[in-house]
Design a protein around this ligand. Structure first.
Ligand code: AMP
Length: 280
């Protein structure tokens, strides 16, 4: 695996790789890699012959009181895991300027109305920061394919919309959620949880599963949502939101909506926010 820490080097490596036939797939990450991230690489290998992963803890997507400083950074271990997965290129910028020329001069993208709903309501500006960095990575790397996890459902929808207008040639793929044995979606932020909290966190997935079951049994949506919120509170999980949306994240108001849909939830447990969803 070739590791590059500067933009200049990145361009050279991409130029070299462009001489080899086949598609280039990009997997953007913030590092602290787990099996969820690695599943994206496995999927990428089925779709492309050259794989580039990026590890960049993007300052633009963290709010002032969020965990930017304490976000887990485990570069050495990450490199070992990427080598095992036969990743071809790792771009791990040595500083912010290798991504954005000047952090204070960048033009931030606007994530629109959807960017201030669901997670965006709790994290103002978060999705503007996500779109800005993903757009920048697309500009720098110009991949054929880019892969994002269904775990960050809203992020993946917003990126899809952004790419459709700014990078129509890049095909985006969504990878299924990888979970731990107890059902908790793998996430770098699970590191913040104690063993007991991790067990409690499994109730978010349970709640999503119960809600899907109730919806399929034609229970009334407002009752399902009320029950879900009460269930989460009873398990000491503070619900930030729990909603049913269609698969593009438009609101659903009526019962028995036939199309593809998704229950999405976010809970806080001892200052750690966890998100999860189930599509059906
Ligand atoms: P992050 O490092 O948290 O920014 O995540 C990088 C990519 O990995 C994003 O596209 C995430 O949606 C994806 N990802 C994170 N956790 C999981 C998971 N448990 N299952 C599938 N994809 C995931």
């Amino acid at each position: 695996m070739v590791i590059t820490r500067t933009r200049e080097e990145l361009y050279k490596i991409l130029e070299e790789f462009s001489k080899n036939p086949g598609k280039l797939a990009l997997i953007p990450t913030m590092g602290n890699l787990h099996d969820g991230h690695l599943s994206l690489i496995k999927l990428a290998k089925l779709k492309a012959s050259k794989i580039i992963t990026t590890i960049f803890v993007n300052p633009l997507q963290f709010g002032k009181n969020e965990d930017f400083k304490k976000y887990p950074r485990t570069e050495k271990l990450d490199i070992e895991k990427l080598k095992k997965e036969d990743c071809d290129i790792l771009f791990v910028p040595r500083n912010d300027e290798e991504v954005f020329s000047k952090l204070d001069k960048i033009k931030t993208l606007d994530s629109g109305n959807l960017g201030s709903e669901l997670c965006g309501k709790i994290r103002p500006g978060h999705f503007d920061g996500v779109l800005t960095v993903v757009n920048r990575l697309f500009e720098l790397i110009n991949p054929d394919v880019a892969i994002f996890g269904a775990k960050d459902y809203q992020q993946q929808i917003l990126i899809k919309k952004m790419a459709k207008s700014l990078h129509p040639k890049i095909s985006l793929l969504k990878a299924p959620i990888v979970r731990s044995k107890n059902g908790v979606a793998l996430s770098s932020r699970n590191n913040y949880l104690s063993e007991k909290e991790f067990d409690i966190a499994a109730n978010l997935f349970k709640c999503l599963q119960n809600s899907v079951y109730s919806y399929q049994k034609k229970e009334k949506l407002h009752e399902i949502l009320n029950n879900a919120n009460s269930f989460l509170v009873s398990k000491n999980l503070k619900p930030d939101y729990f909603e049913l949306r269609d698969s593009e994240l438009n609101l659903i108001s009526k019962n028995n909506f036939e199309g593809n849909k998704v229950f999405l939830g976010s809970v806080t447990i001892n200052n750690t926010r966890l998100i999860d969803n189930i599509e059906f």
